[in-house]
Design a protein around this ligand. Sequence first.
Ligand SMILES: [Zn+2]
Length: 247
Amino acid sequence: MSIVDEIKCSHCGAPIAFKPGEILATCKYCGFTVVIETGETFTFEHSLLLNAYDLDQIEGPIRTWMQEGFLKPSDLARKSKIVEKDLVYLPFWVVSVEAKSTYKGVFERLTPAVVRDGKIEKEYSWLVLARKATEFPTKEYNVPLEGKIPYDFRKIEGFAKVLNSEVDRDGAVEIAKQQIDAHHRFLVQQDVDKIIEFNTELDTKQVVYLHAPIWFVKYEYKGKTYQLLIDGAMGTAIKGDIPMSGF
Ligand SMILES: [Zn+2]
């Protein structure tokens, strides 16, 4: 059961529907974003990536993906039936940071083992999905940030769905920090086998709230259903289930 509640848009007065757990809600009539808990205006940058495909045109990138690569059955594009294609604007936080990890560890591949220390310094535009229960492969999504514009509700197609954020700005920075820390711990395995000390610090430059167009596609092939995600801005596949090639 999904309970839907409403607040009044502080800009145009229209009702804005939201669900439990959502933190930011965007008015579909005027594009205004409010902080649900306080009813206040969301004052940080809110961006949008434009979708380039309508319901018919999206079949092009879907069929292209089906024809690409040698891992797929050769008749995939011909024999598949597209049973669902939903355009969803997913909410993300793009956390631009300078991240610095310092570490100390033991390099055991030499005898005797040696203690090493070092640091990893990198800049990122780290992408955090602002939904808790949505399955989305953030790491595989090469978000085309150069195309972002200020959020404009008039650019949202009538058939599309816009999801609200369930993660606030500070929460997003914290998630980015944990994920970057984990990523750096992975990188440091090249240098040390056992970590003794590890510390990551972020210098946050900018945090942008972003809605990005993602096509959730389902297709049927030989009686089974598979999922495919397509970036609506670029038309590239983000992730797709591939049927096993039959013999
Ligand atoms: Zn409004």
